[in-house]
Ligand binder design. Structure first.
Ligand code: ACO
Length: 323
């Protein structure tokens, strides 16, 4: 059977780093509060010349170099973002143009923080369906542009960045010993749409709007939702937490990450954590964490890796793959 295997990984972060102490003159907060409640110590913030498209292009080029490929080798770009450069066209086609790609097709995917997990699963469908052989899957965000910088309960939580994977079709045996994507579970429930949203849009206010979140409500649902989709991928693949080599969760809050790992029985040393350095970069958080752990030698070829995310909508999902 055809499997979608990881051929390359890449990432890009804005030049500017904002530390918790840098907020002290902007809103009433403290380094201690932010670290204790979230685990975040710093985040990268895009400068005027950095956009979702430019970060996505940089991450894509990094992933292509890592894969030993060029844009000519790519059939499809799926770009997960909630902070596109424009309402339309899709930021994915801007990235396609920036890469000089004059063939194939490209589109954006909108599932907020779950965007990358949705995009990987979507790319897998195109690969297994035979419509694409190699797909660039990108998560790129500039959440700093939709934050209300006077709201201390949200502005300290988010950061900007991008990460990318090159997925490639390969023959597998149809067992969990295969490399590539092995199982996935996606969910959404629009009944929760007002707990985490942006208060503007082209068809309502005609403005971009700002992020609004009932943090405590999101927190309350997060662990149960994450556990639900992960248990579903475990049962699809016939594995348990002990079989995993790495758990790469969405990086929103250290307490949610630790709570989910504990509930699922995933050992602490298998959890990849970058929230301290990047904050919550929404759809970019999982590929940024994957990039870091693959580059520093933790994630190796053949490792069993579990990705997970939960975000606005609510949307949530998990993907199990062998690197
Ligand atoms: N500095 C200091 N105090 C603050 C700050 C701040 N930056 N922000 C809020 N507070 C205050 C509040 O005003 C409140 O004060 P009060 O008790 O006087 O009213 C107090 O701290 C406690 O507020 P809570 O909201 O109860 O704090 P909590 O411990 O829940 O932590 C947090 C807040 C970090 C937002 C947490 O609820 C959380 O992480 N929620 C989940 C967020 C998340 O995971 N999002 C993921 C999806 S993101 C996406 O999809 C785009």
């Amino acid at each position: 059977m055809i499997r979608s295997t990881v051929r390359g990984v890449g990432c890009a972060l804005p030049r500017k780093i904002m530390r918790n102490t840098d907020f002290e003159g902007i809103v009433e907060t403290s380094d201690e509060w932010i670290i204790q409640r979230t685990g975040i110590r710093q985040r990268h913030i895009a400068s005027d010349d950095e956009t979702t498209a430019s970060l996505a292009e940089a991450a894509a080029r990094d992933a292509l170099a890592n894969a030993g490929l060029t844009p000519d080798d790519i059939d499809l770009i799926v770009l997960a973002t909630s902070t596109p450069n424009n309402t339309f066209p899709a930021t994915a086609v801007e990235v396609q143009d920036r890469l000089g790609m004059r063939h194939g097709f490209a589109f954006d995917m909108q599932a907020v923080c779950s965007g990358f997990v949705y995009a990987v699963s979507t790319a897998d469908m195109y690969i297994r369906g035979g419509m694409a052989r190699r797909v660039l899957v990108i998560g790129s965000e500039t959440f700093s542009r939709i934050l209300d910088w006077s709201d201390r309960s949200t502005c300290v939580l988010f950061g900007d960045g991008a990460g990318a994977l090159v997925l490639e079709a390969a023959e597998g045996e149809g067992t969990i010993a295969d490399r590539g994507l092995l199982a996935a579970s996606l969910r959404s429930d629009g009944a929760h749409k007002e707990k985490l949203y942006v208060d503007g849009g082209p068809s309502t206010t005609g403005t971009v709007g700002h992020l609004r979140m009932e943090g405590r409500e999101v927190f309350k649902h997060a662990v149960a939702m994450i556990t639900d989709v992960i248990e579903s991928t475990f049962s699809q693949a016939g594995i348990t937490a002990d079989d995993l080599d790495w758990f790469v969760p969405h990086q929103a809050n250290r307490r949610i990450i630790d709570g989910s790992a504990r509930k699922l029985g995933i050992a602490e040393e298998k959890v990849v954590v970058t929230v301290d350095k990047h904050g919550n970069t929404s759809a970019a958080s999982v590929p940024l964490a994957l990039c870091e752990a693959a580059r520093d030698g933790r994630i190796k070829k053949g490792d069993l890796v579990l990705l997970e995310a939960m975000g606005g909508g609510f949307t949530w999902g998990a993907v199990l793959l062998r690197w």
